[in-house]
Design a protein around this ligand. Structure first.
Ligand code: NAP
Ligand code: MG
Length: 462
């Protein structure tokens, strides 16, 4: 894989401040596939200064021209989609077909949506005797994880650029090659120097320096709740804006009137997809006691089919973490009906698709985000209990409800404390606001709601 040995700052690849490098490893076989520089606080400072210097020009650029750059960016992502998919497969480990269909395709849709929004959004509105201007927040510091490496970058960069902000990105240390490829795409799209800057590096060094930099006006973070909590606290102390996309423990509620086989099969697929490394995954399946045994049998059968179809986890640390959770599930008395803690292959960071039955609300595997191919199936007696269990975690990112009658599913969904609910298998919508209730986060990404995160208002009275 091609890797740059510098940082993309102010429109060019520049030497990094330090000499430390990060090895990029393919988790399917442990091979080192590239090296990128580990950024320092000085690299971050140089990048933030470049973004600051570019802000007056970019924020004053007509929205139609910003839209044209985003449209060009979308076209470059289309032209390079195979290379994107291959890079993500190499550094994340996801099967190539999934990298093409999801990891490469979703960012194209999102970049396209912001090209359109930049061109059509009313950056100026009349309210009584006032004209309200929607102005860019300023310099954005974006910190992204590895699980959907390009989607999570584009979900921040595209709305920030559409809004007229400039920015610095610190991508995950596990997937920096995708981020470098994206920087090349931004350059090819003709985005002016300094508008987008990339500093690769480690979270506690480059990430922390970016989050705490006084020249950053808004920190947008996606990742673990533990790190997000600290970033939110630091932003609060500095009185700067912050957006947090954190973890989840979403419920897949199967009401008695639902098509059970369909609900279970789609539910298992949802959890196993991307090897379970999805913040919005429906990792808790809630089934009525009368259908419980049938659902467990269906889920075990469905999970067994995923043995050869999912990729490894992103790295050995995540593999160990997930296997630890599986051991904990067994120790706390849940019943394994598929998979287990043993690694299915000698080579690579693989974990078996795993299903637990007889999971109760108080168990660790019913409460904590595992971030692996592990499904917990819980039993409920009536709808009120199902609702209590569904809402009974600190998280609230996503979820699903299945019922014979759509209105019945909607009525239940309206009572769930969560940011998104898919009704009877509703499809992912790249224009719908995405984000969490409770400890799943602060703010929304995607579509119009994602754009307004990067804007602030100024009212002129006449
Ligand atoms: P993480 O540490 O929160 O990583 C997310 C991003 O934050 C990465 O770019 C990371 O850099 C950076 N970071 C780490 N420490 C930082 C700090 N002190 N200041 C500023 N930035 C910092 O998550 P992880 O370690 O990769 O994964 C751990 C767990 O987080 C997973 O098992 C999962 O439960 C959860 N997670 C959730 C999501 C989500 O979409 N909600 C995504 C990924 C992970 P490095 O890459 O160098 O660590
Ligand atoms: Mg980390």
């Amino acid at each position: 894989m091609k890797a740059h040995d510098g940082m993309y700052i102010d429109g060019a690849w520049r030497d990094a401040d330090g000499r430390d490098a990060i090895d990029v490893v393919n988790p399917a076989d442990g091979q080192v596939i590239g090296q990128v520089p580990a950024g320092t606080a000085l690299d971050v400072d140089t990048a933030v200064r470049a973004a600051r210097a570019a802000l007056p020009g970019w924020s004053a650029t007509p929205p139609a021209e910003r839209a044209a750059r985003l449209s060009a960016l979308r076209d470059v992502l289309v032209a390079r989609k195979d290379e994107i998919a291959e890079t993500i497969t190499a550094e994340l480990g996801s099967p190539l077909k999934f990298s093409q269909a999801v990891h490469a395709a979703a960012p194209i849709a999102v970049a396209g949506s912001y090209a359109e929004l930049a061109a059509t959004y009313a950056f100026e509105e009349k309210v009584g005797n006032s004209v309200v201007h929607h102005e860019p927040i300023g310099v954005v510091g974006a910190i992204t994880p590895w699980n959907y490496p390009l989607h999570q970058i584009v979900a921040k960069v595209a709305p920030a650029l559409a809004a007229g902000c400039t920015m610095v990105l610190k991508p995950a240390e596990d997937t920096p090659l995708t981020a470098q490829l994206f920087a090349e795409a931004v350059h090819e799209a003709g985005v002016p120097a300094g508008v987008f800057n990339l500093v690769t590096g480690l979270g506690p060094v480059a990430g922390q320096a970016l989050a705490e930099h006084p020249g950053v006006d808004l920190v947008s973070f996606t990742g673990s709740t533990a790190v997000g909590r600290r970033i939110g606290a630091a932003a609060g102390a500095a009185v700067k804006r912050v957006a947090l996309e954190l973890g989840g423990k979403s419920a897949n509620v199967i009401l008695p009137s639902a098509d059970l086989a369909k609900a279970v099969n789609v539910g298992v697929a949802n959890v196993m997809s991307n090897s379970g490394q999805t913040c919005s995954a429906w990792t808790r399946m809630l089934v009525h006691r009368d259908q419980y045994d049938e659902a467990v049998a269906l889920a075990a059968e469905a999970a067994a089919k995923y043995g050869d179809r999912i990729g490894p986890l992103v790295n050995a640390k995540q593999q160990e973490r997930v296997r630890g959770y599986i051991e904990k599930g067994v120790a706390e008395g849940a019943r394994l009906v598929a998979g287990g803690p043993e690694a299915p292959r000698e080579e690579g960071c693989y974990v078996s698709p795993t299903v637990f039955a007889d999971v109760t609300e108080d168990m660790t595997i019913a409460q904590e985000e595992i971030f692996g191919p592990v499904l917990s199936i819980l039993r409920y007696d009536d709808e009120e209990e199902a609702l209590r269990i569904a809402n009974g975690t600190v998280y609230g990112l996503a979820g699903a409800v299945w019922a014979g009658d759509e209105a019945e599913a909607v009525a239940f969904a309206r009572r769930m404390d969560t940011g998104q609910v898919d009704i009877n298998g509703g499809r992912f919508n790249p224009l719908a606001p995405f984000g969490g209730y409770k400890q799943s986060g602060v703010g929304r990404e995607l579509g119009l709601h994602g754009l307004t995160e990067y804007l602030q208002t100024k009212s002129l009275q006449f």
